[in-house]
Design a protein around this ligand. Structure first.
Ligand code: NAD
Length: 367
């Protein structure tokens, strides 16, 4: 049987609680699909700081580099608000993204029919929504140098951030978007600001050339990122895959997230380049939400984002498309049956604890 190595990094706050539910799905995949998952565990964020004085230890970084996929809970919390900047909990996640070379961030925005009423938009605008935002994660204005605040000496200061993109960075992220579109409804919309930014001009040029060179079967459209934000709240179902840079992707994926209701529902994947020998990509899967310190330890967190992140792991790291679909259908069926955690509770539904929601999804899968 194939052996597949998973590294679990539960982290802080609700991270360990939601990851405990995801473990039930790993057991299910091993039992029902002979998945051969072997689990290693490590510490990240505040938990790693308390144990090692670092946001992730070198030993756990080595485990992440050796794993076939990393599953990450959440990091941070008030307990670590005053630790030094370099060892703050979030630094552990940034180190993982950097050292694993995770340049492509995939954020699906799926609106389960049972939750269409909890969106801030009208039901018909979001019901059945299924879009995927592909955000460039390791370049652009968050990383470009110079990045500084200088004192101008006249009572004024100057802040500089630098937006930089090289051709290869745009080629590889747009290739990921085109390939994913082929597994969906085959449409990509690229978003940038070519009207006011040179990086937008190059982005547009390179996406167009990458499309012409290898992905002519995929429908490609371009949109200015500000218009894209407007269209996302006007009629989001017009999109299939959206590809965009780090900064615009950060904002547009949060907009898309809120179309679907609660933060506790949203999974994500971050992928690196394919390995030359095996073709497999380094990958990290995590819920979009943080450590939710306001509800941590109460057994009420929604584990669906974490469980749906595991479904993404099955699909993107192991090509286990059918089991991934089964997990996603089980989530939809449990919601259809009126089972809810506190964050998505509505009248006439049954409120479940974190643990009971995990059990309900596994029961749905095993009949
Ligand atoms: P948050 O996502 O932790 O919480 C925002 C709100 O959503 C809270 O009211 C919370 O209770 C709720 N929520 C989040 N996840 C939920 C779940 N699974 N079920 C039910 N409700 C849920 O964001 P925040 O409050 O801005 O940040 C809290 C901490 O998390 C901070 O230290 C922040 O830096 C960190 N953070 C970490 C990550 C990460 O690990 N990737 C991401 C965002 C924030």
């Amino acid at each position: 049987m194939t052996t597949r190595k998973l590294l679990l990094l539960p982290g802080d706050g609700v991270g360990p609680e939601t990851m405990n539910q995801m473990r039930k799905l790993i057991d299910w995949a091993n039992r029902e699909h002979a998945a051969g998952f072997e689990i290693e565990e490590g510490l990240v964020g505040g938990a790693a700081y308390d144990a090692h004085g670092a946001s992730i230890s070198e030993q756990d970084m080595a485990k992440a580099l050796a794993a076939d996929a990393v599953l990450f809970g959440a990091v941070g919390g008030p307990k670590w608000d005053d630790v030094a900047y370099e060892v703050r909990p979030e630094a552990g996640l940034l180190r993982l993204r950097k050292d694993l070379g995770l340049f492509a961030n995939l954020r699906p925005a799926i609106c389960y029919p049972a939750l269409a009423d909890s969106s801030s938009l009208r039901k018909e605008v979001v019901e059945g929504l299924d879009i995927l935002i592909v955000r460039e994660l390791t370049g652009g204005v968050y990383f470009g140098e110079p990045k500084e605040i200088t004192d101008l000496g006249n009572g004024q200061k100057r802040a500089i951030d630098t937006q930089i993109y090289d051709t290869f960075e745009i080629e590889r992220i747009s290739s990921v978007a085109f390939e994913l579109a082929r597994t969906r409804t085959n449409r990509v919309c690229s978003m940038e600001k070519r009207n006011v930014m040179k990086s937008g001009v190059l982005w547009n040029e390179v996406v167009t050339a990458t499309h012409a060179a290898g992905y002519k079967d995929v429908e490609l459209t371009h949109m200015l990122a500000d218009a894209g934000g407007m269209q996302l709240v006007r009629w989001p179902k017009q999109f299939d895959v959206i590809v965009t840079d780090n900064l615009f992707g950060d904002m547009l994926s949060d907009v898309a997230a809120m179309l679907t209701g609660s933060l506790g529902m949203l999974p994500s994947a971050s992928l690196g380049a394919p390995d030359e020998a095996t073709g497999s990509r380094r990958a990290l899967y995590e819920p979009v939400h943080g450590s939710a310190p306001d509800i941590a330890g109460q057994g009420i967190a929604n584990p669906i984002a974490m469980i749906a992140s595991f479904a993404m792991c099955l699909r993107y790291s192991f090509d286990m498309v059918e089991p991934a679909g089964q997990v996603e259908e089980a989530i939809a069926a449990v919601l259809d049956a009126g089972k809810r955690t506190a964050d998505i509770m509505s009248d006439g539904c049954e409120q479940l604890s974190t643990d009971a929601m995990g059990d309900a999804i596994v029961e749905q899968l095993t009949g």
